[in-house]
Design a protein around this ligand. Structure first.
Ligand SMILES: [Zn+2]
Length: 325
């Protein structure tokens, strides 16, 4: 579809999209499955690497041609949470590609505060594979929770966008990592990324395997983003004093939790939503330093975006699918 080029308002910047990652969020949007009202028509896509193309009035921090990634939790910059850098808690937060037009397009317009500089060593495809999924994992592992060297960390769905980053970040922080994955290919990828073990998530008994691998002790942290029955299974894998951090509920939003072992073992359940600019900047620094590798299954041209949606929906993706306008 052809649309007029977006014009930047005061304090806004137009970005030429060079690559935009596809996420489960985009599938939910297409299916009408999000628990928030979405004005239509809407251009989806929230995981953007690109170059500054035009500046609105009053923009001084950016120049045309600057390489950028976009913090897709659009935030007001003024509320009490934004004031302390907790943009993911913004009272007026909006999701790029859901509540504002996103990056499956040649150009996107956002407030200048939503831009983060893209290091020269990080290419646009990698930016589009890490900006949302990688920074979500960074927020979970370094902001919402902490990892101590020697901790056991379980990364759910190790071959997914969030999972593939979580394995690498946890390993980089000194943890011993176990991943779950539903195919041999995905388990091999998880181990290439740094997991010591990858268990078969299609076997009902996989939490028992995690306990066996940790000499029945369980893991200190579970990085969970699936929800539904997987959340209860995450607790089956958890050590005393351990934490489950969760950022998604693809498999179900209502879960049952047995509170007796939860408080007796003094465990924690921590919610995580999006990321702050600081998490995105850290993610890109890790990528530039070679500590975090973008795992890209395939890049599609913009005209083949529907095929990309179908591929992600098929669950046959290793890492990320990106679109190149
Ligand atoms: Zn705010």
């Amino acid at each position: 579809m052809n649309l007029p080029d977006p014009e930047p308002g005061p304090g806004e910047v137009v970005v030429n999209v060079r690559a935009c990652g596809l996420n489960r969020l985009d599938l939910w949007l297409e299916e009408g499955g999000l628990p928030i009202p979405v004005p239509l028509p809407r251009i989806p896509g929230g995981e953007i690497g690109g170059e500054v193309a035009a500046l609105g009035a009053g923009v001084e921090s950016w120049r045309v041609g600057d390489r950028v990634a976009i913090q897709s939790n659009l935030f007001c910059g003024e509320c009490e949470f934004c004031a302390r850098g907790e943009e993911s808690l913004c009272l007026k937060g909006l999701l790029l590609g859901v509540q504002r037009d996103g990056g499956f397009a040649e150009k996107v317009v956002v407030a200048e505060r939503s831009l983060v500089r893209l290091p020269d060593a990080v290419d646009f495809d990698s930016a589009a594979a890490l900006t949302l999924a990688g920074s979500t994992a960074m927020h979970m592992l370094t902001d919402r929770t902490q990892v101590r060297a020697g901790d056991w960390v379980l990364a759910i769905a190790g071959a997914s966008g969030v999972g593939s980053a979580a394995i690498q970040i946890a390993k980089g922080l000194g943890a011993r990592v176990i991943a779950t994955a539903s195919s041999q290919e995905k388990r091999e990828l998880s181990c290439q990324l740094g997991a010591e073990h990858a268990v078969d998530s299609t076997r009902e008994s996989w939490p028992g395997e995690v306990r066996k691998l940790t000499q029945k002790r369980g893991v200190d942290l579970v990085v969970e983003h699936v929800g539904g029955p997987v959340l209860a299974q995450a607790f089956d894998c958890l050590a005393r004093g351990g934490t489950v951090v969760t950022c998604g509920a693809t498999a179900g939003r209502e879960v049952t939790l047995n509170l007796w072992p939860f408080f007796v073992k003094q465990q924690r359940l921590v919610g995580s939503y999006g990321r702050n600019r600081a998490d995105l900047a850290k993610t890109l620094e890790w990528a530039a330093a070679g500590r975090l590798r973008a795992v890209i299954d395939r890049a599609y041209p913009l005209a083949e975006t529907p095929l990309a949606f179908a591929q992600l929906r098929s669950r046959g993706v290793l890492g990320k699918v990106v679109i190149r306008p």
